[in-house]
Design a protein around this ligand. Structure first.
Ligand SMILES: Nc1ncnc2c1ncn2[C@@H]1O[C@H](COP(=O)(O)OP(=O)(O)O)[C@@H](O)[C@H]1O
Ligand SMILES: [Mg+2]
Length: 420
């Protein structure tokens, strides 16, 4: 069986690593992959956002199954395109991509199906949005651009001025082009964030796992937002009762909602959640796996994910975890703003007992060099959080490249002191 994985990040390396352990012994190909995916498969040249490249790759390598990592090709309809070619694809169709690609449509879907989410209003007219903000008494409020903004389209406005400035930047100046001409303004929720990952095939599903991610660049959740600086799985503050509530109130209602609306969903669904005083709420959906969360989720879950893709073991149960995994993302200093690349990475062969999933790396004259902001994801596991954390940081210190930077507080218990 030949599997093609679309993408080039740590998420795709981790998915490949996971699938390679299947009893079905697949051969893996990546479009385009990175230096790390070379250790689990073959890297192919091309752009996964260009369907012609995808088609050529599928045909030339006799691909039986395509797994899609990132959101752009999904929103563009790569699943429909491959289906029409008669190739099996693990990604939702274009008609359900709105769950991620339009925050307005996703919020309306949640409201319609009584899925707990922050109260909200939507606007496509700047004057009306501004008039609404004039009357708001309680800040912060959350302003979200409707479309895909690469994780930069949400602002937590602390006062009227910040809210108005954001509305102007989004709706008038078009900071994200068409994607920010329309907005959601929603209630600010306080609580503990976590994510849940589910593989869905129509009305059946498998819960893959839950995780916590670290979006801010610096320790103590300070600094600018990034694509992710670390992750912990499982979400250590959840207990079986809380997970059951998420399943009933959120996962089941979402899947029933899709069916009621006549929408077929097949592929991964990522639930971005927050646990508040009143229980779990949905912040957002993503129609794919998360990066860097996939890298820890594949390591806490011992099941064979290829079985899920074949329609087996979709038992809707939450898996039992026997360990905790902590992931530290090594970045080029300056990321997510300005950073340099092209530096040799050393020490990888001295690392032991942890997994390394590559992100921005490439091979040049036989050496692995940095090729992006996020460079490597190092994952260590242990019986308990503390053990996993110590293990991963001990190994991280062996890795060197010029301008290396990483957060020192991933998996620090302080973050959950109010709930643990
Ligand atoms: N209603 C809300 N209340 C409090 N924080 C929020 C709310 N909505 C979003 N956030 C914060 O903003 C982040 C980004 O929002 P999200 O909806 O996940 O958008 P995206 O990931 O597409 O940028 C969340 O991870 C969360 O920290
Ligand atoms: Mg998010």
């Amino acid at each position: 069986m030949n599997i093609l994985i679309l993408g080039k990040g740590g998420r795709e390396h981790a998915l490949g690593w996971k699938l390679l352990q299947s009893v079905r012994k697949p051969h893996l190909f990546f479009l385009p992959g990175n230096a790390g995916t070379l250790s689990v498969g073959v890297n192919l040249e091309g752009d996964y956002n260009k369907f012609n490249d995808v088609k050529r790759t599928v045909v030339e390598n006799s691909i039986n199954l395509v797994v899609v990592g990132p959101e752009e090709p999904i929103a563009m309809g790569v699943a429909d395109f491959l289906e029409d070619m008669g190739v099996r694809v693990i990604a939702p169709r274009k008609n359900v991509a709105f769950l991620e690609a339009s925050k307005i449509k996703a919020k309306k879907f949640m409201k319609k199906h009584s899925i707990p989410t922050a109260d909200f209003v939507t606007f496509d007219n700047y004057q009306r949005a501004k008039a609404y903000i004039e009357k708001v008494e309680k800040f912060p409020v959350v302003i979200k651009a409707d479309g895909l903004c690469g994780g930069k389209g949400v602002v937590i406005a602390r006062d009227k001025k910040e809210a108005e400035d954001t509305l102007r930047a989004f709706m008038v100046d078009g900071r994200f082009g068409e994607a920010s001409r329309r907005v959601v303004i929603e209630e600010y929720l306080e609580g503990y964030e976590f994510s849940v990952f589910v593989y869905i095939e129509g009305e059946r599903y498998a819960v893959l796992g839950d995780a916590i991610d670290y979006k801010k660049a610096y320790d103590g959740d300070k600094g600018p937002n990034t694509g992710g600086m670390g992750s912990v799985a499982p979400a250590v503050f959840l207990n079986p009762g809380m997970r059951e509530k998420v399943r009933k109130d959120i996962i089941d209602r979402t899947i029933e909602g899709l069916i009621k609306d006549g929408l077929y969903y097949e592929g991964f669904l990522y639930f971005g959640l927050i646990w508040t005083e009143k229980g779990p709420y949905v912040l957002e959906y993503n129609v794919r796996m998360g990066d860097p969360e996939t890298q820890v989720v594949v390591m806490i879950d011992s099941r064979d994910w290829l079985e899920f893709f074949n329609g087996n073991q979709l038992d809707k149960k939450w898996p039992c975890y026997s360990r905790v995994c902590v992931e530290v993302v090594l970045v080029s200093s300056g990321y997510p703003l300005k950073y340099e690349k092209g530096y040799i990475i050393e020490g990888l062969n001295r690392v032991e007992g942890v997994n390394i999933f590559h992100a921005g790396t490439t091979l040049k004259e036989g050496r692995i060099i940095t090729n992006g902001g996020r460079v490597l994801n190092v994952v260590g596991c242990g019986k308990e959080l503390k053990e996993a954390r110590e293990k991963v940081y001990k190994e991280v210190r062996k890795i060197r490249f010029k301008n290396i930077f990483y957060r020192k507080d991933i998996g620090d218990i302080q973050r959950w002191k109010g709930i643990l």
